[in-house]
Design a protein around this ligand. Sequence first.
Ligand code: ZN
Length: 202
Amino acid sequence: MAASTRFAAPMAQLIDELRKLPGVGTKTAQRFAFHILRSSDRDADALAGSIRALKAALRLCSVCNNVTDVDPCSYCTSPSRSQRLICVVEEPTNIAAVEKTRTWNGVYHVLHGTLSPVNGVGPEQLRLGNLWPRLADAEELIMATSPTVEGEATSRFVADQARALHPDLRVTRIATGVPAGSDIEYADEVTMTRALENRRQI
Ligand SMILES: [Zn+2]
């Protein structure tokens, strides 16, 4: 349902836009919109400007699909990281969970999603096309997708495809130190460190 016609058109339009944000329902969207209306011109401009700047400055790394303002991103060009160890994650935010451990010295590949037949997400919706050429020089591919049904299915699919292309490639899965069914985004540092250290070949 579109935002109520009880509001003036610009207000209704803002409420409609805010409702598209994850976790924001109509009530919250209305609260945000009225807060913005009451805020100073400067604050409102800063909010609008930072949204525009974000879209103008950020893009996906052409190598690993991480969100970046330079392409390739700083991980992909880092001389102190092994470009031959590739950690596959679901979302750009998952990189932070791995980085927090300070034990990972490789690079990443961000899928921007997981396989989910119920939601109509197939392999073609994942950002996999630029992963396959990277495997030619890779030493290990670590599947760090979440231990959810979708995360496990995605891990299996990517691992199978990778092995079909490169039978000698070492493919591993992070240990289930990350609580089953949870998102790796919420794993604490100790849990994530253990999950990485105890990864097993699949
Ligand atoms: Zn990158």
